[in-house]
Every structure is written in structure tokens, then in C-alpha cells.
Ligand binder design. Structure first.
Ligand SMILES: NC(=O)c1ccc[n+]([C@@H]2O[C@H](COP(=O)([O-])OP(=O)(O)OC[C@H]3O[C@@H](n4cnc5c(N)ncnc54)[C@H](OP(=O)(O)O)[C@@H]3O)[C@@H](O)[C@H]2O)c1
Length: 266
């Protein structure tokens, strides 16, 4: 199944429950689908309750698993209390910090409230969730955390400045925690997708270019959890990141700015 050595070992290592944020669409919904194939019970988190319920019902029927739906807005200051109250005695063995959104356009034209929402969803939520669930995992001496960063975490991006900065935070958080938590039995992985075919681009306001399907992006993350610190799905994305290492940063920013300006004015 999906290239993971032994499904039973994978489930024992990280299961039986996984919590996926942003499970109502795109990469998060695909994480839920593939983890259900691996027989994980699922806590599904996002704002759109109806979508989560429909996904939960489909996965319960198809994979014979248990699910719990939590409709919560991760920008809310108290979202963590809601999640902890709802998860109760459930032992979350695998946390997938996936929820996130982008904001394309000129920085000074954005409402500050939206910029802060972005920081809350892309940075504050994975910070709080990783902290609380890693403590529980450390007590059990086993667990896994996936943080969905982006290729944008390698590239300062004019006209998507806060988004790119938020993805650096997630990338560094994952890399650092992987080192810190390895002796607590916790594997941490940063997933850095390039453009992926989801609702993300319409919401962010910049069109998708050379987008990958969600299925291989998520398959790669589950294959690399416990093996690598970072995974970048797609050879073209790995090539781009490789190229960035050998060229001056001011050139990256210059070209990223030109491309983004074209994309947002299309
Ligand atoms: N698509 C790409 O090209 C791409 C590339 C690199 C990285 N990524 C990253 O991949 C992750 C998933 O994005 P996606 O591409 O799958 O986009 P998507 O289809 O738009 O999904 C985003 C998910 O995040 C949830 N979310 C957004 N704001 C939220 C909030 N305030 N509270 C709770 N949940 C919220 C959404 O659920 P509700 O709207 O129901 O709340 C949805 O389930 C993000 O972190 C994104 O930065 C995407």
C-alpha cells in the first residue's frame, strides 16, 4: 500500500489516531484519505463542518476506521481549548499541521487583519498544536509530527511576503524539532510542496503554475516520515531548491518578484 515498508509497523509506530488540520480540502483531505488506507483513526479539523462530515463518513465506510470532526477556526485565540476538549482521551500519535493559506498582492494594500490571520493559521496553530501533542507523545515515547511548509520557505517572495515568511517559520520549526525530539521517540518531517492542485491558489489570488496532484505529494510525505527531516515532492521542485543554493539570494528575490507581479496582474 502506497510504498510504506510495513503498514502494520507504520500504524504501530504512529497510530492509532492521527489529527489532520485543514482536512476539508486539498492536501489535508488527501492526508486523511491515505492515512485511512493505513487504518488510522482520524481527527479532522477545519472550519467547513459539512465537508469534514462528508469526508469522515466516506472514510469510515471505506476503511472501517473511527473519525472525529472538529469544526474550528484556527485564527481564534482559543482554538486549542476547543481541540483539546473535543479530543479528550484520544491519544494523537500523528499530528499533521497542514492548514494554511496564502495572500498574494501588494503588502501595503492588504488589510492587517488578514496578515495576522495568516500568521495565526500558518504559524501560531502549528506552534500550539506541536507543543501540546509533542508533550503527550514524549510521555508515550512515540509519535510523529508533519508540518506542511512549502518551497516558498526557501524563497523570499515579493507580493507574497508574509506567506513565504510563514513557511520559513514552519520549515525551521520542523527541522529544529526533529533534532530536539528524536530522543523522545518523535519523528518530525517538514513537507515542502511546490505548486499543488488545490483550492489554495484561487483563495490566495495567484494562479497555479505546473501544479502537482495531491496524491504523490502526500504519498511522498508518509514515505519520508521517520527517514528524512525535509521532503520536497517533485523533481522540478527539488531542482529549483537545488538551484537556489548555488545562486545569490538577491537574484532569487528579483526573479520571484518579477514572476509574482506578472501572476497577480494576469
Ligand atoms: N497548493 C499549493 O500549491 C501549496 C504549495 C505549498 C504548500 N502548500 C501548503 O499546503 C497546505 C494545505 O493547503 P492546500 O494547498 O491543500 O490548500 P486548500 O485546498 O485551500 O486547503 C487549506 C485547508 O486549510 C484550512 N484552513 C484555512 N484557514 C483555516 C482556518 N482559519 N481555520 C481552520 N482551517 C483553516 C481549510 O479549511 P476551511 O476553509 O474549511 O477552514 C482547508 O482545509 C497549506 O499549509 C499550504 O500553505 C500548498
Amino acid at each position: 500500500m502506497n510504498g510504506i515498508g510495513s503498514d502494520v509497523a507504520f500504524l504501530q509506530r504512529f497510530g492509532p489516531w492521527a489529527l489532520v488540520t485543514g482536512a476539508s480540502s486539498g492536501i489535508g483531505a488527501e492526508f486523511a484519505r491515505q492515512l485511512a488506507e493505513h487504518k488510522f483513526n482520524l481527527v479532522l479539523v477545519a472550519r467547513r463542518k459539512q465537508r469534514l462530515k462528508e469526508l469522515a463518513q466516506r472514510l469510515e465506510r471505506a476503511a472501517k476506521i473511527q473519525t472525529k470532526v472538529i469544526a474550528v477556526d484556527l485564527t481564534h485565540p482559543d482554538f486549542l481549548h476547543v481541540i483539546l476538549a473535543e479530543t479528550g482521551a484520544i491519544e494523537v500519535g500523528l499530528l499533521v499541521n497542514n492548514a494554511g493559506f496564502g495572500l498574494a498582492g501588494k503588502f501595503i494594500e492588504h488589510e492587517m487583519e488578514r496578515e495576522l490571520d495568516l500568521l495565526n493559521v500558518n504559524c501560531r496553530a502549528p506552534l500550539l498544536l506541536s507543543h501540546v501533542f509533542a508533550r503527550q507523545m514524549a510521555r508515550r515515547k512515540k509519535g510523529g509530527i508533519i508540518i506542511v511548509s512549502s518551497v516558498s520557505g526557501y524563497l523570499a517572495t515579493p507580493y507574497e511576503a508574509t506567506y513565504a515568511a510563514s513557511k520559513v517559520y514552519e520549515l525551521f520549526l520542523a527541522e529544529s524539532l526533529r533534532y530536539e525530539l528524536r530522543n523522545d521517540g518523535i519523528d518530525v518531517l517538514a513537507l515542502c510542496p511546490g505548486s499543488t492542485d488545490t483550492e489554495f491558489h484561487d483563495l490566495a489570488g495567484s494562479p497555479a503554475v505546473a501544479a502537482m496532484a495531491v496524491e504523490p505529494v502526500v504519498r511522498e510525505a508518509l514515505r519520508k516520515l521517520g527517514k528524512n527531516a525535509i521532503t520536497i515532492p517533485g523533481w522540478h521542485n527539488r531542482m529549483l531548491v537545488g538551484l537556489l543554493k548555488f545562486t545569490p539570494r538577491r537574484l532569487h528575490t528579483f526573479f520571484a518578484g518579477r514572476v509574482m507581479r506578472k501572476l497577480i496582474t494576469r
